[in-house]
Design a protein. Structure first.
Length: 104
């Protein structure tokens, strides 16, 4: 992935801002850690935030096996500690999960 213009292969969650969330598509074997903002940052009060608010730009790419719908969700921290990652916040449909629709 590319984090704020620099290529990154590993995020040490014990250093710096660590991992805030993940973008995961289990059926494709994709699990991208999303670097957190500084915990002391004054984040915007309502979404969508402007680019003047503290933020990170994270870019990554992957190939799919073809057209279809692929379920994605956040496993860390949202689904951490729950069987198959389906408890806690992940019980709320549309919260930190969704479907990636791939078309021809």
């Amino acid at each position: 992935m590319n984090l704020n213009g620099k290529n990154v292969r590993v995020i040490n969650s014990n250093a710096g801002n660590g991992t805030a969330h993940t973008f995961s598509i289990p059926t494709l074997g994709i699990n991208v850690p999303l670097y957190g903002n500084n915990g002391n940052a004054n984040l915007c009060s309502a979404a969508p935030c402007t680019t003047s608010s503290p933020h990170n730009v994270i870019k990554f790419s992957f190939k799919t096996p073809g057209p279809g719908q692929y379920a994605w969700q956040c496993f860390v921290p949202c689904a951490g500690g729950f069987l198959y990652g389906n408890g806690g916040p992940m019980q709320t449909i549309g919260y930190m999960d969704g479907f990636l629709k791939v078309v021809d």
